[in-house]
Design a protein around this ligand. Sequence first.
Ligand code: SAH
Length: 331
Amino acid sequence: MDELSTSEALHRGAERIQARTRATLPKAGLPLDDWIERDWRDVGHGDWPRWVEAVGRLPDPPADAVNHLDAAAITVASPSATPSEVEAALRGLIPWRKGPFELLGVTIDTEWRSDLKWDRLIDHITPLEGRRVLDVGCGNGYHLWRMLGAGAAFALGVDPTWVFTAQFHAVAHLLDETRAGIVPATLERLPQRPVFDSVFSMGVLYHRRDPFTHLQELKRCLRPGGELILETLVVEGDERTILTPADRYAGMRNVWFLPSPAVVEGWLARMGFVDARLVDVSVTTEAEQHRTEWFGDRQSLVDFLDPDDPSLTREGLPAPRRAIIVARRPA
Ligand code: SAH
């Protein structure tokens, strides 16, 4: 491909994002016109133009490209790929938190092995075949692709972090996929209508000051009888156990509480969900969360644990443990 000027790449990136937004968001069945008609050149985040430029610098996927959405790494494979061109653009979108991806010969080793979380839940949920799915706090959309790989008809992600939205558009461009879309906003800002068969909220609950409002918003997005897949940090304990970190938790400033699984089940019942089932509890390991160059060598799990006692965080609190709970909106 000829070398593009910055303004040409920016223009092309914005056009790609605009076109994909128009091709995907109407499928959500929600009144998202403000997002669909938005001018994607300027969104008011200082680094956004640089990320849009990176999306614009990606080559089109070759005609012989083949996608794999049902493997650990979301993959676009092609014998005629030119990885160097792809890699330079994708590096412009660092930090990559969620993955892994294998895109036209470029392996993106992300901070998280998000496939491990997927493996822990997939056998415990209603099969996604033909379903319309919402993923709240979707990050760069790694799990949206796994949802399509598991047969979902359409998957909508929402996430307010702009670099993840840019990463979604980069991957979607290389996959040449329009069965998944993203809205770069919090769930609170989204019209909440009962149009989804399955709603995922993974890694979001403890970032919200008010867990009940979050659960209520999730419920409003589910059709009657639809399924919620809730994943959250937890602590060991009974229905009376909630930990409120005095300050940071595992380095994070925005963790407001860590409930026990029994507390979460109680909250779900209180908000009118039924049939809650705890399907997994796992302590986070370095195999799942690690430092990597594609995450910009930022601090990761090891840096947040007590070096003398890895069952504790540096703040002296229980090390990260995560639970997956599946429940239903009554029919
Ligand atoms: N669901 C993914 C990512 C979890 S990280 C996974 O489980 O691997 C949490 C994500 O939630 C971040 O990307 C953050 O931007 C997003 N987030 C935080 N508050 C949110 C809100 N109110 N609505 C939607 N997304 C939110």
